[in-house]
Design a protein around this ligand. Sequence first.
Ligand code: DX5
Ligand code: ZN
Length: 217
Amino acid sequence: MPIIAPSILAANFLCLEKDIEMINNSEADWFHLDVMDGRFVPNISFGLPVIAAMKKMAKKTFDVHLMIVEPEKYFEDFAKAGADVLSVHYEASTHLHRSLQAIKALGMKAGVAINPHTPVFLLEDVLNDIDVVCMMSVNPGFGGQKFIPKTYDKIKALKKMILYSGASTLIEIDGGVTVENAPKLLAAGADVLVAGNTVFSSPDPMKTIQELKQAGK
Ligand code: DX5
Ligand code: ZN
């Protein structure tokens, strides 16, 4: 069964407590937390204090997606705030191998996010060091965008690379995931589905999470 990671970017920031409680009680596995700096992406979201506060009541894995420049400056801060999985962007990392080791040395799982234009083969030489590849299926910066269909080919290619190298890397799909495209994403080889608007715009978010969870069956 896939790992389901609702994206808090689409939650109601006035009632975060209610949305955290809903995820705690749902079949979701992870909280996906999008950190944006207005430099790597043309938008600013939330950061360390919000994540640290949420951690006090959230009962599931914190999957933190850093859409920031110079992410390595903040690894320790995000570890302290409660990140369990910490993803940096390939495009924002000059020394990716070093960053992956640094994230793991702080006790977190190491993730690499790739933009839609970044080919998966660029990860070949560090694949065994990556716990999660966060494959962007929209351009990062905003929730509620349309899924880019080329993602299916990229998932299949990455899956082949993972099998070939004997790595245990998870493939996470981020952006425009719906109950409709989830089965095809899972068939292509996805392991983790991030869903923002699909979950939080639903009249019944817990049921939608359940539907995503069952999507591969
Ligand atoms: C986009 C973020 C996504 C976003 C997904 O930059 O990385 O995690 O919250 O939102 P939806 O699922 O609404 O496309
Ligand atoms: Zn994200």
